[in-house]
Design a protein around this ligand. Structure first.
Ligand SMILES: Cc1cc2nc3c(=O)[nH]c(=O)nc-3n(C[C@H](O)[C@H](O)[C@H](O)COP(=O)(O)OP(=O)(O)OC[C@H]3O[C@@H](n4cnc5c(N)ncnc54)[C@H](O)[C@@H]3O)c2cc1C
Length: 433
């Protein structure tokens, strides 16, 4: 019997478990360990609450968790409740699937002012993440700004622009829904250092902005290269640019009180204000021959009492685990960190790709493990982990417990919402009775 520990119950952890279960069948026991009492990582805490169809992927993970040779071990933090070296002594292989939960810093003056928040915090707030439920972002000003040109930036800008009615059917947490409903926000400016051709926004997410109840997307036609330049783009990117060109060609709807302004070729230099964010000082940029943004020296200011930075994430280093400082994830060779130690998902390759991108990633590492480790083995596996956790008084949460928490969240949902999430670990555990 082989014993595997997967640290992290997000998509990468589950795809790896699925692949290992397939490779080993009855000859392996797989524990998926997560710091929270609720599984699925960014499916629960990252993916936007108004994108419920995407969250349905968790049903596939449920099936994996329900198989006899896979166990979910929630409410256990690797690094404090149990160490990596301890896991390596108990299991035949340890696979780190801990994602990339830390916001990359802007590195500009003023980023520590109240009112400046990272997207991990802002997204966590509206998704009920226990670490960010009390973020209370300032929504009393008419102007907000989002820094970044990827889908996460779009999520943040869209959530700030939607009406209460438009959250019907979503699982946005009640505190965020009420605060957004009361918000004074009228203008959301989305800053990108480069131009429309360099965005990392996908067509579906961009297209949604054309159909918002109360907000119009605004794009400056002067920011585009000549239309024939679009021909060299890959099909997905060309679709996105076509949508942006449509926004640029459409006058804002006077019946809609809110605006989402795409400010391209705009590099935030600093954030200013009296004791809180009030404005972003921005430098106009242009592209150099290598496609990099270079400052033109022309500066201007944009009012913003809430500034959300959405410029990427990094994986926290772990003691004794090789780390790639430049890229912000574990140092690895096709998923292998060292003997017995592997990584998958965002912890392996950084915060890129979709949920599905993590699948081949997990399958590749599972294959590698099967080839290197093979069958047999004499490790203690889950019995060893249980002994260790019991001796430390750590109360672990199983998949059955999670189903109880999920049922309790469903039972307290407001009308039209699939669930009202618990936003503290204590409330999650209390739901277990
Ligand atoms: C805001 C946002 C929106 C997104 N929207 C979409 C979308 O609409 N569509 C799409 O395809 N993709 C989307 N993505 C990308 C998608 O969420 C990722 O590709 C995917 O979640 C990465 O999977 P992962 O398993 O590597 O990391 P995660 O999903 O982050 O999972 C990591 C897990 O590890 C656990 N963990 C961390 N540290 C420890 C520790 N020390 N001990 C124990 N457990 C630990 C965490 O609790 C978490 O459960 C979005 C990402 C973000 C940030």
């Amino acid at each position: 019997m082989r014993h595997f520990a997967i640290v992290g119950s997000g998509p990468a952890g589950f795809y790896t478990a699925e692949a290992l279960a397939k490779d080993y069948g009855e000859n392996a026991r797989i524990d998926i360990i997560d710091r929270y009492a609720v599984p699925y990582g960014l499916i629960r805490f990252g993916v936007a609450p108004d994108h419920q169809s995407l969250k349905a992927v968790a049903k596939r993970y449920d099936k994996v968790a329900e198989s006899d040779n896979v166990r979910l071990v929630g409410n256990v933090t690797v690094g404090s409740d149990v160490g990596i070296e301890e896991l390596a002594a108990i299991y035949d292989a340890v696979i780190l699937a801990i994602g990339a939960p830390h916001d990359r810093k802007l590195g500009i003056p003023g980023e520590d002012l109240p009112g400046v928040v990272g997207s991990a915090g802002f997204v966590g707030w509206y998704n009920g993440h226990p670490d960010f439920a009390h973020l209370d972002p300032p929504l009393d000003g008419t102007h907000a700004a989002v820094i970044g040109n990827g889908n996460v930036a779009l999520d943040c800008a869209r959530i700030l622009s939607k009406t209460r009615d438009e959250f019907q059917g979503s699982d946005i947490v009640g505190h965020a829904l009420d605060a957004l409903d009361r918000a004074a926000t009228r203008t959301v400016t989305i800053f990108g250092r480069r131009g429309p051709h360099q965005i990392a926004m996908t067509p579906k997410e961009l297209g949604e902005l054309g159909h918002l109840q109360a907000a119009s997307p605004i794009v400056d036609p002067a920011d585009f290269p000549p239309p024939e330049a679009d021909e060299g783009l890959d099909p997905g990117q060309r679709k996105s640019i076509t949508i942006l060109r449509e926004f640029a060609a459409t006058a804002p709807d006077p019946a809609k009180p809110k605006q989402m302004i795409f400010d391209f070729f705009a590099k935030p230099l600093r954030i200013e204000g009296e004791g809180r964010a009030e404005r972003v000082i921005v430098e106009r940029t242009r592209l150099d021959d290598g496609g990099r943004a270079v400052g033109t020296g022309e500066t201007y200011e944009v009012p913003a009492s809430l500034v959300v930075s959405a410029i990427g994430y990094s994986t926290p280093p772990m003691p004794g685990v090789a780390y790639d400082e430049a890229h912000g994830h574990f140092l690895n060779d096709h998923g292998q960190i060292s003997d017995q130690l592997y990584c998958v998902g965002w912890a392996r390759r950084g915060p890129t790709g979709t949920i599905g991108t993590n699948r081949p990633d997990g399958f590749e590492v599972a294959e590698k493990i099967a080839a290197q480790i093979g069958q047999g083995g004499r490790k203690d596996g889950r019995a060893g982990l249980d002994r260790l956790l019991e001796s430390r008084g750590v109360e672990l949460v199983t998949f059955r417990d999670w189903q109880k928490i999920e049922a309790a969240e469903g039972a307290r949902a407001r009308s039209g919402s699939p669930r009202e999430k618990f936003t503290s670990i204590a409330d999650m555990l209390a739901a277990l009775g």
